[in-house]
Write a protein that binds this ligand. Structure first.
Ligand code: SF4
Length: 451
């Protein structure tokens, strides 16, 4: 069954979540492509974790060769379409463009990449045959997020049989379920995965690999296991009232409106945390109809983890920020049993030893009226799963790998993405998956030659 038949999108969602960066039309794309200087030592390519050959794909756009341009992108990054929408280009390729040196606007690399990739999918998303011989060795990828998808695609292109195991019905990890809809639609993520499936990658949906017994079975059936499980549940606030059903963590909130068909939101929403996921949730709450959306953050504005452009976008949409503010309790109305308010206190975060400690400012507590609370204070590691991976070393809940190969302390296991780096960009996960695939292919070829 096609993933796109399972999830067809939602017209109301499309209306409420118009894209933040509309696509370029043909004329604008040509004009922008012709502005590129096609730098020999392209800093934009060096700044891309997957090292897409940016001047080459832009040159092809300027020549009207959109298909060739897309193939150049896909050669480095099989998720080039979703990355064109979700990459923080300001701090990656566009941030490195030489035009900055002349105080000029950088080339719109993200939009040009999207232009080429949209044309590719519109025209059938046909990848050329690689001619790689079918190889006997089989690889299992656990998790169906960007790292596993990139690993699986690269190995399949090299002729290896690959099966991706995922606990959910739809693959894609955060790309499908956890990125704000105005950046990347679930249908766009799924069409990209259909392309990977068309290479011959096998998918096992709704299959949880969580314990030692399941991993032991994979170890017997597969030559190599790639761990691309991402991170676990979102951290909880640890305050009274948190068990109320209208306290919904940010990833669950995004997933339920994006792929779960539940567009319900409070009128007065409080998001706790100031990372990019917190901003995604706050902006989604605005678009779903909340009248007031507040973000609480215990540190100062300059300490927030969200990118500046995400912060600016949220402010433009009316989200209000409260710095040095810590929630201490969620209060319920005795009359209607819904959430009535969140009690907060001002805090000072001060250095303490190697770290920091938080001090409450005396007599600073106040209440904010709200009927929905969205905690967005990061994800916990998948400790239970990592304990089940016998022989795979992890530290502070993250898998330890050789950075050049992605290999773990157990020679049969490789890993990449958020479960290794603690939660970075989609493009970092793709780079990890591809790097591991190249090392896996090499190790399997050596093993085959020695037989
Ligand atoms: Fe083009 Fe800018 Fe990259 Fe140079 S740095 S190749 S001008 S996009």
């Amino acid at each position: 069954m096609s993933f796109l038949k399972t999830h067809t999108g939602n017209s109301e969602l499309a209306e409420r979540f118009p894209e933040v960066h509309p696509p370029l039309d043909v004329q604008s794309a040509l004009l922008e492509a012709n502005r590129c200087l096609y730098c020999f030592d392209a800093p934009c390519s060096a700044a891309c974790p997957t090292h897409i050959d940016v001047p080459r794909f832009i040159k092809k756009i300027s020549q009207g060769n959109l298909h060739g341009s897309a193939l150049t992108i896909l050669d480095s990054n099989i998720l080039g379409a979703s990355c064109s929408r979700v990459c923080p280009v300001d701090v990656l390729c566009e941030g490195a463009c030489v035009y900055h040196r002349y105080n000029k606007h950088p080339i719109e690399i993200g939009l040009l990449q999207r232009h080429a990739m949209d044309a590719f999918f519109k025209n059938g998303a046909a990848l050329p045959r690689t001619g790689a011989p079918d190889r006997q060795a089989r690889v299992a990828c656990v998790g169906a997020g960007p790292a596993s998808l990139a690993c699986a695609a690269e190995l399949r292109l090299r002729g290896f049989a690959v099966k991706v195991f995922d606990r959910r019905a739809l693959p894609g990890g955060l790309n499908t379920h956890g990125v704000a809809e105005y950046k990347l639609r679930a249908t766009d993520s799924l069409r990209e995965i259909e392309m990977i499936k068309s290479l011959g990658v096998d998918f096992a949906h709704g299959t949880s690999i969580t314990g030692e017994a399941e991993l032991a079975r994979l170890e017997k059936e597969y030559a190599i296991i790639f761990i691309g499980v991402g991170l676990g549940e979102m951290r909880t606030l640890g305050i009274p009232g948190e068990q109320h059903p209208d306290v919904v963590n940010a990833l669950d909130f995004i997933e339920r409106y994006k792929t779960g068909g539940n567009l319900r939101v409070g009128r007065h929403v409080v998001v706790v945390g100031a990372g990019n996921t917190a901003i995604d949730a706050a902006r989604a709450a605005v678009r779903l109809g909340a009248e007031n959306v507040h973000i609480l953050y215990r540190r100062e504005e300059e300490n927030m983890a969200a990118f500046q452009f995400e912060y600016e976008g949220a402010k433009r949409e009316g989200v209000r920020f409260h710095w040095r503010t810590q929630p201490v309790a969620i209060h319920t109305s005795a009359a209607h049993l819904g959430i009535a308010a969140i009690e907060c206190s001002r805090v000072n975060v001060i250095p303490s030893g190697d770290g920091q400690k938080m001090e409450f400012v005396p007599d600073s507590s106040f209440e904010l009226r709200c009927d929905m609370v969205i905690p967005a204070i990061g994800q916990s590691p998948l400790l239970e799963f990592l304990r089940a991976c016998r022989g795979v070393r992890s530290e502070k809940g993250l898998v330890v790998v050789d950075r050049a190969t992605g290999q773990t302390s157990h020679p049969q296991y490789f890993a990449g993405g958020d479960c290794v780096n603690g939660g970075r960009e989609v493009v970092d996960a793709v780079a990890d998956g591809k790097r591991a695939a190249l090392a896996i292919a090499e190790s399997l070829e050596v093993a085959h030659a020695q037989k």
